[in-house]
Unconditional design. Structure first.
Ligand code: NDP
Length: 499
């Protein structure tokens, strides 16, 4: 049955009848799951107004008390985990185990962020003058805009909102138009936790009206955006014009380097998980495998054998390794890249086609695909965001690192080796926000910073970990002079120094 969902503004679900609606569908079956209102500029205004109205009280709510509400969200999400995980799988197409992982990440981060309410450390530093205290405190920036993609439809909204809320910032959240139902279930958990009205707001609708509207709204004091590079650039420009803080988590072209001493089985387990988990639609997905020439043939043989054995099918069913890609646009884009590979003369090693008929009939299923590619080819350079892995041959360690770094992105990276020298050099040499050793490019833990460099992360912000607070706070430096007289920093020190 199709659900009729609404907007969440000022602590209330509303379902305005005068709005156009859009559908969200199951990419495995084509079934319509729900319809949502296309938000308008007025809806954005109402949401920002509610957030502004809630700011003063929310920022003055003691952070440990804010943390209690976050813990309550974690508890509610745990209770609803199975239902939300199934929604993730039905709305976005990742297999159920991954749907559960998506929700678990949200639970983990809310638990972690709740603890920040009792930390949120500043510094106390010595003064150069007697009887004077110097310290720093974090200040919430005000109402913030959160704009998210569809590939982690619960975890990414949770990472952003958990950090913003504990910092004391009310949120105006715009989810991807492909996964509004997951977003609505997530916001429903926030609603059930009992945040004061206006602290949490969600407006669904198009990127150009609602997304842009949030970024450009004068009441929004920071924006946290995850999505593609082109959209990110636009958001960055708008935020710069408004002179507000912006956090950007954009695309990736992540590589695993396989050195000649790598454990082949361990490597292949990691490569299959990294490349074809979530049908390759993770920002950290392994989309390049750079293999030392001495290992190349053995790796390619094993890779092809394992890729051909992957079971593609109904993502809700036990035993399925890979579900559909998330949408008709995703399907078109991935198939276009497969065509690019063929036209540019890359060697197709496995897969390379859309799956049709039977269980695949109404869905967007694509075979897990492997190409042997040269480093400057498009498949080796551009983010595909689908189940397509490019294998590249490297002469030695230096060559492998040079190939890994020769892309515009810098999110995740990995090296498989048993030689400590390569492992430690790779930590220093790979241009990426994350480096794994003997593990695939995916697998972030919430208590550590997450983000990239180069075009992946031009703002150098980090989600998760204690660094998540930086997106939503500014530092205030406080001087308390308890000497009872006018003391002049620098000047008085100079006089003292001069005798
Ligand atoms: P998009 O950039 O297309 O969309 C992301 C969000 O931006 C959506 O909510 C979208 O709304 C909104 N949006 C679209 N246009 C505008 C606009 N003009 N102003 C403001 N917001 C706008 O990305 P996808 O949703 O397709 O996600 C895939 C991309 O996300 C990939 O490139 C992937 O690498 C990246 N990603 C990066 C991650 C990271 O942490 N580095 C993590 C996950 C994904 P609507 O849906 O309505 O169009």
């Amino acid at each position: 049955m199709t659900q009729e969902a609404g907007l969440y503004i000022g602590g209330k679900w509303t379902n305005p009848r005068d709005r156009k609606r859009f559908e969200t569908t199951n990419p495995a079956t084509g079934q319509v799951l729900a319809t949502f209102p296309m938000g308008t500029a007025e809806d954005v205004n109402a949401a920002v107004k509610a957030a502004k109205g809630a700011f003063e009280k929310w920022r003055k709510t003691p952070a440990p008390r804010r943390g209690e509400l976050l813990l309550e969200v974690a508890r509610i999400l745990k209770e609803r985990k199975e239902d939300i995980a199934r929604t993730v799988t039905m709305e976005m197409g990742k297999i159920l185990a991954e749907g559960r992982g998506d929700v678990q990440e949200a639970i983990d981060f809310f638990q972690y962020a709740a603890g920040e309410g009792r930390r949120m450390f500043g510094e106390t530093v010595p003064s150069e003058l007697p009887n004077k205290a110097c310290l720093t405190i974090r200040m919430p920036v005000g109402p913030v805009g959160l704009i998210t993609p569809w590939n982690f439809p619960v975890a990414i909204p949770a990472w952003k909102s958990g950090a913003a809320l504990i910092a004391g910032c009310p949120i105006v959240f715009k989810p991807s138009s492909l996964t509004p139902l997951c977003a609505a279930k997530f916001v429903d958990a926030l609603d059930a936790a009992g945040f004061p009205p206006g602290v949490v707001n969600m407006v669904t609708g198009s990127g150009s009206v609602v997304g842009d509207g949030i970024v450009q709204h004068p009441g929004i004091r920071a924006v946290s955006f995850t999505g593609g590079v082109d959209t990110g650039r636009h958001v960055y420009e708008s935020a710069a014009r408004k002179m507000i803080k912006v956090g950007l988590e954009l695309g990736g072209k992540n590589a695993i380097i396989a050195m000649d001493d790598a454990d082949l089985d361990l490597l292949m387990d990691g490569v299959m998980f990294g490349a074809f988990g979530t049908a390759g639609q993770r920002c950290t997905a392994t989309s390049r495998l750079i293999v030392h020439q001495k290992m190349y043939d053995a790796v390619v043989d094993e890779l092809v054998a394992r890729t051909e054995k992957l079971r593609v099918g109904d993502p809700l069913e036990d035993g399925t390794d890979m579900g559909p890609v998330a949408s008709p646009d995703q399907e078109r884009k991935v198939l276009e890249y497969i065509e690019v590979g063929r036209k540019e003369g890359d060697t197709l090693l496995a897969g390379g086609a859309k799956l049709k008929g039977g269980v695949y009939g109404k869905g967007h299923f694509i075979q897990p695909t492997v190409f042997a590619v040269d480093p400057r080819k498009r498949l080796a350079q551009e983010e595909i965001f689908g189940p397509v892995l490019s294998v590249l041959r490297a002469k030695d360690y230096e060559d492998a690192v040079a190939i890994a770094n020769d892309v515009k992105y810098g999110l995740s990276s990995s090296i498989y080796t048993n030689d400590l020298r390569w492992a430690f050099r790779a930590m220093q040499d790979l241009e990426a926000g994350i480096t794994y050793v003997n593990a695939p490019t995916i697998g972030a833990e919430v208590q550590l910073p997450f983000g990239g460099t180069k075009e992946t992360g031009p703002t150098d912000t980090r989600e998760a970990g204690s660094t998540a607070l930086d997106e939503f706070t500014y530092w205030k430096t406080v001087y308390v002079d308890y000497s009872g007289r006018l003391q002049r920093a620098q000047i008085d020190t100079a006089r003292l120094a001069g005798g």
